[in-house]
Design a protein. Structure first.
Length: 308
């Protein structure tokens, strides 16, 4: 039986015997990192005490030397842990989570299929099976992740640490583009800035069709380089279409027409000049040819007269 008992994931005095490949590993995560298949944690039937090396059925204490494997032990998940003091088993998720327990600091949302902080029980937005997907930042599968999870304002789930990295560079959910925190202060600042901004003359009467990413409302607003939703005053919007006024379009058409006329006139003038030049050249050539022919004829006649 192979042995790979160095574990960087949990602190414990035992190792596990994988039921799938009959190898010794420090934990299920150590197994999955070294094998091309995943272990089923619920099928683990043997552990090894690291103090007396006795292989036995999983338990909190060694059956032979009575050494305690860890301060926390879950007989369902086959989890031993000394580092984390607050761990509980969620019967709905059917795995162990970090926290004091359901009804204490956590609650389980059946629609989200996730354990969340009890502080957001009445305010969080439900998204069905939101945790049974990969984190939009690090791409780790979230449901069985050991990292703490949070539900953003939009309802999408993300690692707490990944969320902290996200808001350093962006204020929007990577999946739906909704604002993930209170942006009202920044919206006021942007309103003052854009009110004092100027736009090119040709866009003074133009309008823009926009979609608000926060309230999903379509609006038609005056043209600007950044646009605000008429419904919720959010600046988190997407431009759909720019509409120029008839007056602006006519001005553009007239300008284009003038340019075309100038080009056409220039081309016509050039063509006329070329044709005139060509005709003059041809006529001159013809006259020259005629003169030469006449001279030759005269010379020939003269010659003939002398030698007759």
């Amino acid at each position: 039986m192979d042995s790979k008992i160095q574990c960087n994931h949990y602190e414990r005095d035992c190792s596990i015997i994988s039921p799938c490949c009959i190898k010794e590993y420090g934990c299920r995560l150590c197994h999955d990192e070294n094998e091309i298949h995943e272990i089923n944690r619920y099928n683990i039937v043997n552990m090894k005490c690291l103090k007396c090396s006795a292989i036995q059925t999983p338990s909190k204490n060694c059956r032979y030397c009575y050494n305690e494997m860890a301060s926390y032990y879950c007989d369902i998940c086959k989890l031993w842990e000394n580092k984390e003091k607050n761990i509980y088993h969620c019967k709905y998720c059917n795995i162990c989570r970090i926290g004091l327990g359901l009804g204490k600091d956590k609650f389980h949302c059946n629609k989200c299929d996730l354990c969340l902080s009890i502080d957001v029980k009445d305010t969080h937005k439900c998204v069905e099976n939101t945790s049974r997907s990969n984190c939009p930042i690090c791409c780790e599968y979230m449901f069985t992740s050991r990292e703490p999870l949070i539900s953003m304002k939009c309802g999408h789930c993300i690692h707490q640490s990944c969320f902290n990295r996200l808001i350093e560079n962006d204020y929007r959910c990577p999946l739906c583009k909704k604002s993930v925190c209170d942006m009202s202060g920044l919206w006021d600042v942007m309103t003052n800035i854009m009110d004092d901004s100027s736009i090119p003359n040709e866009y003074v009467n133009a309008t823009i069709d926009i979609l608000c990413n926060d309230c999903n409302t379509y609006s038609n607003v005056k043209f600007n380089f950044m646009t605000k939703c008429n419904n919720c005053d959010s600046w988190n919007t997407t431009t759909i279409n720019i509409k120029m006024s008839d007056k602006d379009e006519n001005q553009i058409d007239v300008s284009t027409t003038d340019e075309s006329t100038d080009e056409s006139t220039d081309e016509s003038t050039d063509e006329s000049t070329d044709e005139s030049t060509d005709e003059s050249t041809d006529e001159s050539t013809d006259e020259s040819t005629t003169d030469e022919s006449t001279d030759e004829s005269t010379t020939d006649e003269s010659t003939n007269t002398i030698y007759k």
